[in-house]
Design a protein around this ligand. Structure first.
Ligand code: GLY
Length: 594
C-alpha cells in the first residue's frame, strides 16, 4: 500500500498494488465502540449529523474525557490510525513528552536509589499532554468538513456542564480507598462533592471542565497550551508535593514545554496475517512491532494449519495446548526485543527492519521447541548484515473511513492531579520510561537506554491500535485496547481468534486471555474474569516448562468493529468492562458489562 512502511518479505499483504478485481466491500453503516455507552452515542450522533470517522473519533474522545475520567482525558495523550478510502493510511502520535528540564536524577534519593513512586504519582510523573493538540490535528487533517471544531466538543461540554449519572463501574472505583488517596484536593472536590462519595446514578457535574472545553471549542488548542489554562497547569504542578515526601522538586514542565508541544504524523507499520493487511502503530508504540513479529513467527509454523482443525485438547472449542505454547513463546521472544530495542525513534534508532526481517523471524520460529524457553534474549546486531489505565475507541463510516484510537492518562486517573479551576486530570505517563535500566515500572516492564528518560522524548508505549484490511483493500476489522502491556497480548489474541480461528467477534472478546511479557518469566492466565482456563490444560503447559499463575484480574478491554462479508458492521465492546458498541440506524447495544 503506498505510503506504508512494508518491512521484510513476510509483509506482503498489500492489495491496492494488485488492482482489485471486484468492487471492494462497502461498509453499510457507520459504527462506534468505546468504553462508555454515553460516548458511543455521541459518536453515532456525529456520524448521523454528517460527520465521518475522524469527526466521530474526536467527539468520542472529548466525551470520554467527561464520562470516563479514569482514562478519557485532556491531560494525557495517545495514538490514532486513520484509513480513508483512496488514500494512504496515516498514524498520529499525540503521546506525552518529557519536559525539557527533566533529569533522571530527580527520580533518585540521596543515596542514588530509584524512588519508583515519583514517576507514578506527583508532579514528576506528568508528561506534557498531547490529547488536545492530537484531536485538533485529527480534525484538521481528516475531518469531513461537514462539521466545525466546536460541534465536536459541544456534546462533551454539555455532559460536563449538565452532568450525567455515573455508572456502577465509576461508583465502585470511587469507593476504592487507593483511588481516593491518589487525588489532589481539586479532584476530591469534583468526585466527592461536599465530601460525599457519588453513588451509581447520581449526577457528576464538572463545571470547570465545561469551561475548559468551551475555551478549547472557541479558541482551538491554543486555549489549552497558552493563557489561563496553561498557567493553572503550571501552578498546580509547582505546588503538588512529591509522593514520598522527598525534598520539594515541584513540576519541571514550563510554559515553553506547553507552547512547544507538537503532534507527529507518521507512516503506519504495515504487515500481514492470514492474507489480511495489518495496519499498526510504529514506535514509540511497541505494540505494532511486537504484534507483527509474533504473528509472523506463528504464521510460518507448519503446524498452524493443523491447529485450525479440531484437536483433542482444545479449550473453549478453539485453543489447544500446542497453540497456547506457541502463542506464549512467540510473545516471550517479541517482548524480549521490546525491552532491549524499543523507544522513541527520534532519540533511538529502533531496528524495525531487523526485528521484522525474514531472517530474524525464521530464527525466532525455529527456536521454538516443545518446551518453554525462559532463557531467550533479544536480537543482537549481526556483523554479517549489520506502562493501567488507557482507553480505546474504534469508528467506521460509510465512506470507507476508519479510526482506531487509543488514548491514556497511564494509571487510572493518571497522576490524580486535577488542574484547579480547569477541571481535568494530568497524566503520569513518565513512568512509561525506563527510569533506571533493568528496574521494572508499574507494569513490571523493564527496558534500557532505548527508553531512558530524556528531555523532549516520548516514552515507549504499549498502545496498539490496529486496522485490518482484506485483499481488496476493504476495512474488515478495527480494534485496540487499554491495559498497559496487556494491550499487546489482548489485541494479539483477538486477532488470532478472529483471523486464524474464525471465531465470532463477541466470542473472541469474551474468551479468557493470558499474558506473557518476557520478564517476569511467568505467564499469567485470567481466572475469575470470563470462563477461565481448563486446569488440566494449564497443568500440561507446566509440564512443558511454563511457569504459570492464574489471577483474578483482567487482561485488556478490547473495543472492536468487524465488517462482515455483507458489509454490515458488528461493534463489540469487551465484556470485562462497561463499554458499548453502536451501529447507525440500529442504535447502541446494552453496555457490555452493565
Ligand atoms: N500508558 C500505557 C502505554 O502507553 O502503554
Amino acid at each position: 500500500m503506498a505510503g506504508g512502511a512494508f518491512v521484510g518479505l513476510c509483509f506482503i499483504a498489500s492489495c491496492a498494488s494488485k488492482g482489485p478485481a471486484f468492487e471492494p466491500l462497502r461498509i453499510q453503516r457507520g459504527a462506534v465502540v468505546c468504553e462508555h455507552p454515553i460516548a458511543t452515542q455521541v459518536g453515532l450522533d456525529i456520524l448521523n449529523a454528517g460527520g465521518n470517522a475522524a469527526d466521530a473519533a474526536v467527539a468520542v474522545s472529548f466525551a470520554l474525557a467527561v464520562v470516563y475520567p479514569n482514562a478519557g482525558n485532556l491531560g494525557g495523550g495517545g495514538f490514532a490510525l486513520v484509513v480513508e478510502e483512496g488514500k494512504s493510511p496515516t498514524a498520529l502520535d499525540f503521546r506525552e513528552v518529557a519536559p525539557a528540564d527533566t533529569d533522571p536524577k530527580f527520580y533518585l534519593d540521596a543515596q542514588g536509589q530509584l524512588v519508583s513512586k515519583r514517576s507514578v504519582r506527583g508532579p514528576l510523573s506528568v508528561g506534557v499532554p498531547g490529547s488536545t493538540a492530537g484531536m485538533f490535528a485529527l480534525y484538521k487533517q481528516h475531518g469531513s468538513g461537514n462539521l466545525v471544531w466546536s460541534d465536536l466538543i459541544e456534546p462533551a461540554r454539555r455532559l460536563a456542564a449538565e452532568g450525567f449519572g455515573i455508572d456502577a463501574h465509576m461508583a465502585e472505583d470511587l469507593l476504592n480507598p487507593s483511588v481516593q488517596a491518589c487525588f489532589n484536593q481539586a479532584a476530591l472536590d469534583v468526585f466527592y462533592p461536599g465530601g460525599a462519595t457519588l453513588k451509581e446514578g447520581e449526577l457528576l457535574v464538572q463545571k470547570d471542565l465545561a469551561k475548559t472545553l468551551k475555551a478549547i471549542a472557541v479558541q482551538g488548542p491554543s486555549a489549552f497550551y497558552k493563557g489561563p489554562i496553561a498557567t493553572a497547569m503550571l501552578q498546580v504542578l509547582a505546588k503538588e508535593p512529591l509522593p514520598d515526601g522527598g525534598a520539594a522538586q515541584g513540576g519541571v514542565i514550563t510554559a515553553k514545554d506547553l507552547e512547544g508541544y507538537s503532534v507527529r504524523w507518521m507512516k503506519p507499520l504495515l504487515g500481514s496475517f492470514q492474507g489480511m493487511e495489518l495496519i499498526c502503530m510504529p514506535p514509540p508504540s511497541s505494540g505494532g512491532l511486537v504484534i507483527l513479529q509474533a504473528l509472523a513467527v506463528l504464521e510460518g509454523l507448519p503446524q498452524m494449519a493443523e491447529a485450525q482443525v479440531g484437536q483433542e485438547d482444545e479449550f473453549d472449542g478453539f485453543v489447544s495446548e500446542n497453540l497456547l505454547h506457541w502463542w506464549i513463546e512467540a510473545l516471550r521472544r517479541a517482548f524480549a526485543d521490546r525491552a532491549e530495542h524499543m523507544g522513541d525513534p527520534d532519540f533511538h534508532d529502533v531496528p524495525v527492519a531487523q526485528l521484522l526481517s525474514p531472517e530474524w523471524i525464521l530464527e525466532r520460529r525455529v527456536s521454538i521447541g516443545s518446551k518453554a524457553d525462559l532463557s531467550v534474549g533479544a536480537w543482537t546486531p549481526r556483523p554479517a548484515t549489520e506502562s493501567a489505565e488507557t482507553t480505546h475507541l474504534s469508528v467506521v463510516d460509510i465512506d470507507g473511513g476508519a479510526v482506531s484510537m487509543t488514548t491514556t492518562l497511564n494509571g487510572s486517573y493518571g497522576s490524580g492531579i486535577m488542574v484547579e479551576g480547569a477541571g481535568f486530570l494530568l497524566n503520569n505517563e513518565l513512568d512509561d520510561f525506563s527510569i533506571m535500566a533493568g528496574v521494572p515500572n508499574q507494569f513490571g516492564l523493564i527496558g534500557n537506554e532505548a527508553n531512558a528518560i530524556e528531555p523532549g522524548k516520548r516514552p515507549l508505549s504499549s498502545m496498539s491500535p490496529v486496522i485490518v484490511r482484506d485483499g481488496d483493500g476493504a476495512i474488515r476489522l478495527v480494534l485496540g485496547s487499554p491495559g498497559g502491556p496487556r494491550i499487546i497480548t489482548a489485541v494479539f489474541q483477538v486477532l488470532l481468534r478472529v483471523l486464524l480461528l474464525e471465531q465470532d467477534l463477541p466470542d473472541a472478546l469474551a474468551a479468557s486471555r493470558f499474558h506473557q511479557q518476557w520478564r517476569p518469566e511467568t505467564t499469567w492466565f485470567e481466572g475469575a474474569q470470563g470462563p477461565g482456563w481448563d486446569p488440566a490444560l494449564l497443568e500440561r503447559l507446566r509440564k512443558r516448562g511454563h511457569p504459570i499463575e492464574v489471577r483474578d484480574s483482567r487482561a485488556g478491554s478490547v473495543q472492536a468493529i468487524l465488517i462482515g462479508p455483507d458489509g454490515w458492521p458488528t461493534a463489540s465492546s469487551d465484556p470485562r468492562r462497561g463499554g458499548a458498541g453502536g451501529v447507525q440506524g440500529k442504535g447502541i447495544a446494552q453496555a457490555a458489562r452493565p
